[in-house]
Design a protein around this ligand. Sequence first.
Ligand code: GAR
Length: 218
Amino acid sequence: MAKLKTAVLISGRGSNMQALIDYCAAPNATAEIALVLSNISDAAGLDRAAEANIPSITIDHKQYADRASFEAAVTQTLEDHDIQLVCLAGFMRLLTNTFVDHWRDRLINIHPSLLPAFKGLDTHERVLAEGVRFTGCTVHYVRSEMDAGPIIVQAAVPVLPDDDPESLAMRVLVAEHRCYPYALSLIAGGKTQVINEKVVIDGAQAPGATFLNPTDVA
Ligand code: GAR
């Protein structure tokens, strides 16, 4: 079976991209990372892509007059590479409705909270300020509102009494690195459908199958 041609869009470190690359290196993986695209020319993730012999390209948003022309260049590049699925992995650009609609149900994102809680930036600071006992991460199909869309995989992660934003971010990141490849495997395996804006997996909404035990990542 042909593997799902997947692109990863990054702006920085690229640790989630690395988790997707590592998953795709398994012989039985049903996806391949065919392209890494960054909007930042010196993003550390580009070095990781080079080490893995994965083609990469920088499209610097500052070189474009507006979001529309930047995104048109991104879409053109993705289509030139016959990309079937786009994974946002720390890609720190807001996307317009035009881009999101063009890639509808072929565009996914990871966010370091249990959405719909704590959308946006400075997630872990706000989690700690609220005193919640659990946070986590979410992989979701992208819709036009920021950090919103049908949820594919979530994992819950405990907040510990002596956490600071960095320690909490590291614990959540461990969960992210498990959830994102899992979500990709579900999509590439043809197991997901979006019905009434909910993700159905193998014909059933399956929260058990999309939940990682928080003690696994404590
Ligand atoms: C990750 O924690 C990801 O969830 C977050 O940025 C980090 C990127 O790290 N994304 C967002 O906050 C998107 N709203 P990485 O470059 O090492 O994957």
